[in-house]
Design a binder for this molecule. Sequence first.
Ligand code: PLP
Length: 392
Amino acid sequence: MIRTNNNFNFLKGSYLFSEVARRVNEYKEKNPDVEIIRMDIGDVTLPLCKAAVDGIKRGAEEMSNKETFHGYGPERGYEFLRKCISETDYIARGINISSDEVFISDGAKSDIGNFVDMLPSNARIAITNPVYPVYVDANIMAGRLPEDEATDIENKGKIIFLDCTEETGFLPKLPTEPVDVVYLCYPNNPTGVVMNRDELTKWVDYARDNSVLLLFDSAYEAYIRDENIPRSIFEIDGAKEVAVEFRSFSKTAGFTGVRCGYTVVPFDLKVVSDNGKQFLLNNLWNRRQSTKFNGASFVVQRAAEALYTAEGRSQVTEMTNYYIENATLLYNKLTEAGMKVFGGKNSPYVWIKTPSNISSWEFFSLLLEKAHVTSTPGVGFGSTGEGFVRLT
Ligand code: PLP
């Protein structure tokens, strides 16, 4: 028999969304006349804005012309887009990030998944619970198992969960044992909670004091309206020495089907290998990307560039405002109805505590049958999500 990567044995089945779909379909078959309101899937519902479509058209025109045709592009992305990102998303906000610290990709999920290539194989990885499952699964594929399953495997690295609960406002506490890497995601999926400046500063200081790499997922930064909430980890002093930031146009501009995102790896971030050799993480990531990636599509990068025009920026704000209004409405009505609700502000996600402590799946069924609303059971995002559901 042909042998395979044994680490896949340790992945949990992608049971959550398939089970939600199965139960919804079963209900629909039994109740064909009922209109179901889908609040489970974390996808956008509005079509692309005009600026993005014009960008795609422009890119396609250029590709159809001998003088402006583009074949293989730079692996790290075209300068025209990296410049827009560095100037608009960072320099204009007082953060000194140059275009060469920005890497364009086909979305944040790929970059987050691929970044495990950069981590030492025996790394101790801290991940919040509940969590966006990609951080956990990508590390398991690379041989780093959750702590309880990793005990008998020597020198393989491990995953340590940082439990986030109602008592902590669904924010993690600093690890109590040594770790090498921490994944943070704010505004958070699934809980919708955000991290304020003091809280984020605590993590950056901790990372600097303990030589910890912070992998900061800011896929939902476009939903932040409160000026006191950092949109980027690089707003915090010293973060450039310890943090990498992942961003996406998916939830910002409805690019979930177009595919474009970017990762910022600052030049200040220095790393060391076991033989004591020092590197810039930026150079290593560039080396990794040029080996395994041939760059995001030119046409898509033109579409993303168009989001940075005045027209594009106002259309993006209009789209995100729409999702924020929905989340605010949900938050307010559920709170008025006496429910305990997290998130919903500066985020498209609303995280609800189930009434009378019933389980996530029981509440999922109740919402489906009585209100014809679909939700995502919180327990699917980790053990501390039990007793909660996510709406979006
Ligand atoms: N990070 C988080 C927290 C997400 O929720 C998602 C998508 O749902 C992603 C990253 C992936 O974004 P992209 O569509 O750019 O791959």
